[in-house]
Write a protein that binds this ligand. Structure first.
Ligand code: PMP
Length: 404
């Protein structure tokens, strides 16, 4: 029922047939119970616990589903990668992906959903090109590497006012943001993937158009989409494979692109063509669709948020209870549920050994971003609680061995 309503709200042209059944059900375990400590069970298919910041871990049952579909999708005799994006089969895939995303995020009918290419980085240019004219002012809040990059890109097209700056460890309080009186929009990054700082609620910017980069925490928690002008996210962290960028845009913001901007950077072109102005990233969209389907069956984003809070608490508790052996550089009030950076402050030389030993135990990609060093555990939706528990257990053992 909910799905049907979402499909109607999606506003795509009617397909004239039922499409829901074309994507098979993904079997999931709808459990949010924490595992017993020291889970050492082997992972299916010889897989590891992958703590990469992105491209990142995907749910194993989604991968299995994709594997089953790979050579012959739904009896069509071909894979999703081989079929026309204009055919009824792929149309059913993209329609269901959109409908499920709308249901997950409760996206209002006056918002369009786009599946684009060029990564979140292309949004750094598309946003100013579509929302501001040359000479107009736009506000940027810089809280880390990604919002800094977005702001730098916008300076090519309009006047950028840096309304506030974070210091990597904390977030500037919204009450202190120096928004310019005539700004066209306010851009911020909801979760800085490198620094591990995350906004815990939607910044209140009054009537201004709020634009959010949610690349690394998209669909990790419920959000009120109606508070935003644009939300965008590269898929390769919390949603699916690299290659697709999801944009949720309020209808009235479509249709104002600069005339001299490339056609591919005009939101209107993509809205008018249901994300199929040119060949879309079909496989990536299909994979995102499987993930959306799974999350709905798991209980939606409330359930995901609960699980993500539990998982993050396990790691932050392991840091807090280490008597200073480990340190999280981030203010506890804004610690990310998705990306957990930490260091061994008294013996930084041990960090390499930590990463190596963890690797031997099947916990990979724990090296911090090259710009900050230390360790970083990215624990997106698809990271099982067992993985986080195993890491916390290892952290305790390692600290016990090396603490002075
Ligand atoms: N924003 C954030 C928060 C990111 O983490 C990233 C990628 N790590 C980007 C933007 C850039 O994304 P892409 O590589 O898809 O252009």
């Amino acid at each position: 029922m909910q799905l049907q309503q979402a499909k109607i709200a999606a506003g795509r042209r009617p397909a004239g047939r039922t499409v829901v059944s074309r994507i098979p059900t993904v079997r999931v375990q709808a459990t949010v119970a924490m595992p017993a400590p020291s889970s050492t069970a082997a992972q299916p298919h010889g897989r590891v616990f992958n703590f990469s910041a992105g491209p990142a871990i995907l749910p194993v049952d989604v991968l299995e589903r994709a594997q089953a579909d790979l050579v012959n999708w739904q009896g069509t005799g071909m894979s999703i990668m081989e079929m026309s994006h204009r055919g009824k089969e792929f149309e059913s895939v993209i329609q269901k992906a959109e409908a499920d995303l709308r249901a997950l995020l409760n996206i209002p009918a006056n918002y369009k959903v786009l599946f684009l290419q060029g990564g979140a980085s292309t949004q750094f240019s598309m946003i100013p090109l579509n929302l501001a004219k040359a000479g107009e002012t736009v506000d940027y809040v810089v809280t880390g590497a990604w919002s800094k990059k977005a702001a730098e890109e916008a300076t090519k097209y309009c006047n950028v006012n840096i309304a506030a700056k974070g210091d990597i460890k904390s977030l500037p309080p919204v009450s202190g943001w120096k928004l310019s009186p005539d700004s066209r929009y306010v851009h911020y990054c909801d979760n800085e993937t490198i620094g591990g700082v995350e906004f815990k609620s939607t910044p209140d910017v009054g009537d201004r158009i709020l634009v959010s980069d949610m690349s690394s925490n998209f669909i990790s928690k419920p959000i009120d989409v109606s508070k935003y002008g644009i939300i965008y996210a590269g898929a390769q962290k919390n949603v699916g494979p690299a290659g697709v960028t999801i944009v949720i845009i309020r209808e009235d913001l479509v249709g104002h692109c600069r005339a001299d901007a490339p056609t591919m950077l005009d939101y209107k072109i993509h809205v008018e063509n249901d994300s199929m102005y040119n060949t879309p990233p079909c496989w990536a969209i299909y994979m995102c669709g499987l993930v959306f389907d799974k999350l709905l069956k798991l209980g939606g984003l409330e359930a995901m948020q609960k699980l993500n809070e539990q998982k993050a608490a396990v790691l932050y508790d392991a840091i807090a209870s280490s008597n200073g052996f480990y340190n999280s550089p981030v203010d506890p009030a804004v610690r990310s549920l998705m990306n957990v950076p930490f260091t061994i402050p008294s013996q930084p030389d041990l960090e390499k050994a930590f990463i190596k030993e963890a690797e031997k135990l099947g916990m990979l990609q724990l090296k911090g971003h090259r710009s900050v060093g230390g360790m970083r555990a990215s624990i997106y939706n698809a990271m099982p609680v067992e993985g986080v528990q195993k890491l916390a257990d290892f952290m305790k053992e390692f600290a016990a061995k090396h603490a002075k």
